[in-house]
Design a protein around this ligand. Structure first.
Ligand code: AMP
Length: 450
């Protein structure tokens, strides 16, 4: 999937390409077209999933639409214009902005965020994706900083205002913040904002924006108060839930072993399979041939093993699954299709001997372990040529798979020990019981709520 298919303006596609993004993340692929369609959205997506771009890009599309309807005068940049208070553009619906003095200054887009740090990140993302939007006017309004520059920014005109609720309420009380031009209201990390006691400020702020606005709400959960707030603020919202691939694996520890070649891979596999902690294991291969070959090899070594793939008749497949359930088999060597839906709680290990063709399959694979309240270990054996797929899996799950080594079986290539650069900021933490520190998994590491 590429960004080209999402309906974004060329200037945004250009900025994305310059940023180095080649394809949208899952939340982007789902939320961007939905937001562009204009309806309200409830999106469950964790930090690090790429959610910022999923609302910033549709927000910038509104700015671009307004520019097309009423271009900025002259070739000069916006900041060079002498009269910054002059209404710069018509409304997105083509109607004129209200004529009162100072009107027309207010932002079209209002993004509410829980913290100053997040406000800064959203502002940076907006500036980055909007670098080719001429004269883009973005301001942040956050607590803990002097009022002066904020007052100046609020005089407008403004395209995008990114604010924490408390300080924005202060500016509204003094009549400095005008929200009657808001077309799109975004609530980012709504659950955290409510945890911080912002429910009333949010309701007050939303009430100051036009009832015709579009509202997009992001939250890790929509249970309890967040769901109620969504009920108050959103009109027939579409629900987008991409949290499931990223967060459903709390009981599964994931590890990544970089291997030099097939011999090295076999040596690591043999080592793992002789560990006493392996109650039962499913070893995944990329092809049916590999499944048969590997099952034969492991049988020769004395393991109780069978292969399972779509090339076998159903009767045999049923017998193999029965053997796994009644524990006559300790190891199953399987392909993706054949292993879908296997639910055997005693599977303690999933081993990716060959990587899946699709990142979704990784999630299905590792979900064969860690079932029924037990913990499981999912080990991926990857050669250098698999690094692209490892990267895609990490982006899809928004989790880094921690690299591991076995003493005496370390990869020879030093570079491989640390793995490829998956485009993830340092500080991302793995999921899984042993690797978790209680926070949400993600590309980025942000302060967690208390
Ligand atoms: P977010 O969840 O919005 O905080 O994004 C997490 C990180 O992923 C940020 O560092 C973004 O720059 C990065 N990111 C967002 N979208 C993409 C994409 N389509 N491809 C690669 N990286 C991305």
């Amino acid at each position: 999937m590429s960004f080209d298919t999402l309906g974004l303006h060329d200037s945004l596609l250009k900025a994305l390409a310059e940023t180095g993004y080649t394809e949208p993340t899952t939340v982007q692929a789902q939320a961007i077209p939905a937001a562009l369609a204009g309806g309200d959205l409830m999106v469950s997506s964790s930090t690090g999933s790429g959610k910022t771009a999923s609302f910033v890009l549709p927000a910038l599309m509104r700015v671009l639409a307004a520019r097309a309807a009423a271009p900025l005068p002259g070739p000069q940049s916006d900041s060079a214009r002498p009269d910054r208070r002059r209404p710069a553009h018509g409304r997105g619906d083509g109607g004129p902005r209200a004529g009162a003095p100072g009107a027309g200054a207010g932002p079209r887009i209002l993004v509410l965020v829980p913290t100053r740090e997040l406000a800064i990140q959203v502002a940076q993302a907006t500036a980055s994706y909007g670098r080719h939007v001429r004269g883009l006017r973005v301001a942040t309004i956050v607590g803990g900083v002097p009022y002066g520059a904020q007052l100046q920014a609020l005089r407008g005109p403004l395209d995008v205002l990114i604010a924490t609720p408390g300080r924005l309420i202060d500016h509204m009380a003094s009549g400095r913040a005008r929200l009657d031009q808001v077309e799109l209201l975004v609530l980012d990390e709504a659950d955290r904002m409510l945890d911080m006691g912002f429910i009333e400020p949010i309701q007050h702020i939303a009430a100051a924006t036009p009832a015709t606005r579009q509202t997009v709400m992001f939250s890790a959960t929509f249970a309890g108060f967040v769901g109620r707030l969504a009920g108050d603020l959103l009109k027939s919202p579409q629900r987008i839930d991409v949290a499931s691939h990223t967060e459903a694996h709390a009981d599964i520890e994931q590890r990544l072993h970089w291997v030099d070649d097939r011999d090295h891979k076999n040596a690591i596999l043999d080592h793992i399979l002789t560990e006493r902690s392996v109650e039962q294991a499913v070893v995944f291969t990329s092809t049916q041939r590999d499944a048969d070959w590997l099952a034969d090899r492991l049988a020769d070594m004395g393991h109780h093993v069978a292969s399972l793939h779509g090339g076998h008749p159903q009767g045999r497949r049923n017998r193999v699954l029965q053997g796994l359930r009644n524990r006559q088999l300790r190891i199953l060597v399987a392909t993706d299709v054949a292993a879908r839906g296997i639910d055997v709680p005693t599977i303690s290990h999933v081993i990716n001997y060959g990587l899946p063709m699709k990142e979704e399959d990784y999630v299905h694979r590792i979900g064969r372990t860690g079932r029924a309240g037990r913990s499981g270990l999912a080990v991926t054996l990857a050669e250098r040529r698999d690094s692209g797929m490892v990267h895609r899996i990490q982006r899809y799950t928004t989790q880094r798979i921690p690299a591991a080594t076995i003493a005496g079986l370390e990869p020879k290539v030093a570079e491989a020990r640390t793995g490829p650069r998956p485009g993830i900021r340092p500080g991302a933490r793995p999921g899984g019981p042993r690797g978790r520190t209680g926070g949400r998994p993600g590309f980025g590491h942000r302060p967690q709520r208390p």
